[in-house]
Design a protein around this ligand. Structure first.
Ligand code: FAD
Ligand code: SF4
Length: 330
């Protein structure tokens, strides 16, 4: 690890100005992802701006019934927060399905959104990787491809997005609040992440110096329910092979509101807009669920080792929808 300057500002604008003015400066929150990358030699910031003293560690109820989650709220605290536990149970479930208790105690909302892919070739500086070294090639396309993406892939990158929390937030219509050198803005999470295209090194719409200050969730509809299902190699401490986040409202035997997102299948959390359109306004049934979710994967592009993800994702989502709309929970 190379020497670096360490700063711990208490003012958000000062933090933004420091990073924006120095192309080699980086924010650090819990450090559970960034420090690993510094140790592996993937990143060598000359200045680290620690955001842990910024006043961003609260979960607040908003006047419209939604909530604002400060970027420094720890993953464990967010999962256990009464407002989240009661109104957005899918978000609690997604958080506790990630990493380990110790990591969740250190990891933050902002850092979790901005953690980098777990592609093993990205994490190995000896291998070509367009995301790490643009133009160097993609070792994953011909290499071990079991964890690769199947939707929205490009010839330049087939990596998946790793965050469980971001998948739940995507289904819940979250927005990200950002403070940059030019002021604040609010970005829907569905527009926050970028597909790889020909520039996989760009993963979000953030510019250098932009600070994530909070995530905001709209009020949950009164009769909505939500669920997160994650399929992984071990019961804990493992990233998703696939995951499914579902928020659904059923009135008079009809689906009146629905938010569906997948993890583990794309470079971003994947909002399943086509499946949502096909299910809105129809009675819940296994047949409808299966047809809609299968249609979502009609343009999947699996490689040699990851075709299993398509039926796994469809079955995981159908099971989550069935759980939520079954008689006993309606
Ligand atoms: C062994 C292991 C297993 C894991 N398993 C899972 C899992 O199953 N599911 C899952 O979702 N995650 C998992 N994780 C990832 C873990 O959740 C992330 O490491 C963590 O959420 C990152 O948060 P952090 O606060 O430590 O971020 P940091 O490491 O401090 O930062 C990560 C990145 O975000 C940037 N950043 C941080 N805060 C801000 C901000 N407010 N504004 C702008 N930029 C910011 C940093 O500059 C850095 O680039 C695992 C991690 C490990 C090590
Ligand atoms: S899939 Fe993406 S992250 Fe992995 S080696 Fe290829 S370019 Fe790099």
């Amino acid at each position: 690890m190379r020497p670096f300057t360490y700063l711990r500002p208490t003012d958000e604008r000062e933090a933004v100005a420091t990073v924006a003015d120095d192309p080699d400066a980086s924010y650090i929150a819990g450090g559970t992802n960034l420090v690993d990358h510094m140790l592996l030699g993937l990143r060598s910031p000359t200045t680290l701006v620690d955001v842990s003293r910024l006043p961003l560690d609260q979960v607040e109820e908003l006047p419209d019934g939604g909530i604002r989650i400060g970027a420094m709220v720890r993953n464990s605290d967010l999962a256990a927060h009464p407002l989240v536990h009661e109104h957005y149970p899918m978000l609690s479930a997604a958080l506790v399905s990630g990493a380990s208790g110790q990591l969740r105690n250190a990891a933050t909302t902002g850092g979790n959104l901005l953690q980098r892919t777990r592609c093993v070739y990205f994490q190995n500086p000896a291998m070509p990787c367009n995301k790490r070294d643009p133009g160097s090639g993609c070792a994953a396309r011909e290499g071990h491809g079991r964890n690769n993406a199947v939707l929205g892939v490009s010839e330049h990158c087939v990596a998946t997005h790793p965050s469980d929390m971001a998948v739940a937030l995507t289904a819940l219509d979250a927005r990200v609040r950002v403070l940059g050198p030019d002021g604040t803005r609010s970005v829907p999470l569905t527009e926050f992440y970028l597909l790889p295209g020909d520039a996989p090194e760009r993963e979000t719409v953030l510019r250098h110096g932009d600070l994530v200050t909070a995530v905001e969730l709209p009020a949950p509809p009164s009769q909505s329910r939500s669920r997160y299902r994650k399929v992984r190699d071990r019961a804990s401490f493992a990233f998703a092979l696939v995951s499914a986040a579902v928020a659904v409202e059923v009135r008079d035997e009809t689906i009146t509101r629905i938010g569906l997102a997948f993890g583990g299948v794309a470079h971003t959390p994947w909002r399943a807009r086509l499946a949502e359109e096909m299910l809105l306004g129809v009675p819940p049934s296994d047949e409808a669920f299966h047809g809609a979710v299968t249609a979502e994967f009609a343009h999947a592009q699996p490689g040699r080792d990851n075709a299993y993800k398509v039926p796994m994702a469809v079955n995981t989502m159908v099971a989550a929808l069935r759980d939520l709309t079954s008689e006993e929970v309606r």
